[in-house]
Design a protein around this ligand. Sequence first.
Ligand SMILES: *Cc1c(COP(=O)(O)O)cnc(C)c1O
Length: 431
Amino acid sequence: MSDGPTYGFDTLQIHAGARPDPATGARQVPIYQTTAYVFRDADHAAALFNLQEVGYIYSRLTNPTVAALQERVATLEGGVGAVCCSSGHAAQIMALFPLMGPGRNIVASTRLYGGSVTQLSHTIKRFGWSATFVDFDDLDAVKAAIDDNTRAVFCESIANPGGYITDLDAIAAIADGAGIPLIVDNTSASPYLCRPIDHGATLVVHSMTKYLTGNGTVTGGVVVDSGKFDWSASDKFPSLSAPEPAYHGLKFHETFGNLAFTFHGIAIGLRDLGMTLNPQAAHYTLMGIETLSLRMEKHVENAEKVAKWLEADPRVDGVTYAGLKSSPYYDRVAKICPKGAGALFTVAIAGGYDACVKFVNGLEIFSHVANLGDTRSLVIHSASTTHRQLTAQQQAASGAAPNMVRISIGTEDADDLIADLDQALTKATGR
Ligand SMILES: *Cc1c(COP(=O)(O)O)cnc(C)c1O
């Protein structure tokens, strides 16, 4: 398939990055289960190692199955290139790695996936990096938090778990004004519902573990580069703009232009950090992406029905779904994710902690798991699991108060999901 911006999403999710296999004509992308690739001769090998010629050397860096997936996700997100990684969290480190250094910081939204809060508030300190968390609805606070050492702004498009929607255009304008990139975690929305690059994002990260694969079989991540950031406009990003000693003084931005970030991600990031996606996992994710739009349509349709039903039920104290008119983020749906607010939200159950525990124990179709974005409907009671170690105040701030259950709506029959929730609410509340 020739590259053309004229193709629609449904066509690209099946064809982007995939060509009939040059050796066999195989129509489906083969799983290239190989560690290494035979060099034509010694000169060819030398040219590959010098980055003078693009080709396959070793599967820690590049693999044809993974490359097909990289091209597909980059195309769906409207980026110029992508680097796949072994998990969503690996993708976040890979996105930050070329930008950061000891003493540098990022400005991040308070409304992030709990695992990201932990990664950015504790673990990155081991590298001498730090994060300042601010409310991204308060644009002045975001601006004020950026200082001379800030190297990125980080948020989610639709935030896990609360379904909060970020005004990406407004945040991108602030990052742009400060000359730093905006990184958007687009996991909960998927490129079908939201394309952050269209709203000014420089980089997009995903946990492919969730909607992109879509069926709970893979752990994977990806960083997509918009190709739009000028890494040489200041001296803030020397990894991309200054001579790289490990490649005989090569300057990534000067040499690779708008593909600088992607080439750096492969030639330095994967080479030295080694957070590589394996070809078998890439195959599963390619299969999943073929049906992304079909699944997301059904996820959203089901989520709207279930959220409306829950909101009207007297045993429920509140539902955070942005697709409900009652949500403070309802107006942002049309602007940021016009095809729907996703399928992830939290619900507050009358009766608090004990009722929530009975509720998750009582469900039959829904599974109580730490995952989301599966064809199967899933729940988690964060206060008794993932957010167990937090204080009551921290739990409330992160949308994981003791009376809250996170729900990820699958693609089953909505009526069956409602019946299951109904009987579990009866077990939980005695009503
Ligand atoms: C799950 C998740 C991650 C982390 O991804 P893993 O694949 O589990 O490492 C990051 N961000 C969001 C929004 C997630 O839901």
